[in-house]
Design a protein around this ligand. Structure first.
Ligand SMILES: C[S@@+](CC[C@H](N)C(=O)[O-])C[C@H]1O[C@@H](n2cnc3c(N)ncnc32)[C@H](O)[C@@H]1O
Length: 239
């Protein structure tokens, strides 16, 4: 069996030209609905962390760095870290092309020590790629200044099953957490003021009776089926 961390490192090579093309264009060049969801998610990141130009942000498990690069373009001092050197090479190349003043470095988010340098930290779709969530959250905690905030965005509990195709094919780690477990991990890492934000289908509704009914019903459905359906969004503060 491949070492799971080595599998994360090898992933950009293993997914071939088509996969790498997506890493380079993300969030664009996908079907409109997927691109729209990602762009809306970036808006949520800005809003929930209340990110103003001049603040500093670290993204752990940044991949090809689209959120970090967007953050730099918003005026943040943005720094992304990823374990895969090829991800970081793509992120740096794109930052240069876009004129985005973002920094990128290769690092293991389980062991990195960022010496309380940042106002905000982001873990977007990345925590479930580590088998040691406790260590990753300790890194996030140690990255933040007192009062700094972490935003943790994860797929749901069901991802432990949905991610099996990727683990079988590439050997990468695909965990799936319930919101309750994530809250407990955040508390154990020393965070407080833990707030959960509920997700939706990220779409607008027209005025037909069917759409009105969906508009009214969806928040309840999404809250009830959170474990199986939607992403989990949690914000936490470093004391
Ligand atoms: C699903 S991708 C998400 C990437 C990015 N946040 C995005 O939204 O495009 C998960 C990322 O976590 C990275 N990763 C996995 N284990 C890691 C570790 N121990 N330290 C740092 N990065 C890691 C992978 O290389 C991959 O780029």
């Amino acid at each position: 069996m491949t070492d799971p961390k080595q599998a994360e490192i090898d992933y950009p090579e293993a997914i071939g030209e088509e996969g790498r093309a997506w890493l380079k264009t993300k969030p664009f060049h996908h079907e409109p609905r997927m691109t729209a969801r990602l762009l809306i998610d970036f808006g949520h990141v800005l809003q929930i962390l209340d990110l103003h130009a001049g603040m500093s942000l670290v993204e752990l498990g940044c991949g090809s760095g689209w959120m970090t690069r967007f953050s730099a373009r918003h005026g943040l001092e943005a720094h992304g870290y990823d374990i895969a050197p090829e991800m970081i090479a793509i992120a740096r190349e794109l930052a240069e092309q876009e004129g985005a003043d973002a920094k990128f470095d290769v690092a293991d988010m389980e062991t990195l020590d960022l010496e309380h340098r940042f106002d905000a930290a982001l873990l977007y779709d990345a925590l479930h790629h580590s088998r040691r969530a406790d260590l990753v959250l300790a890194t996030a905690r140690k990255a933040l200044r007192p009062g700094g905030r972490l935003l943790l965005v994860e797929p749901n509990w069901k991802h432990r099953f949905q991610g099996r195709d990727a683990s079988d094919e590439y050997g990468v780690t695909e965990m799936g957490y319930s919101p309750r477990r994530l809250k407990r991990l955040l508390k154990e890492a020393g965070f407080n003021e833990i707030t959960r934000f509920h997700n939706n289908r990220k779409r607008l509704f027209a005025n037909s009776p069917r759409e009105i009914a969906a508009h009214v019903a969806e928040p309840f459905v999404y809250r009830a089926l959170g474990l199986f359906w939607t992403q989990t969004w949690l914000r936490a503060t470093a004391p």
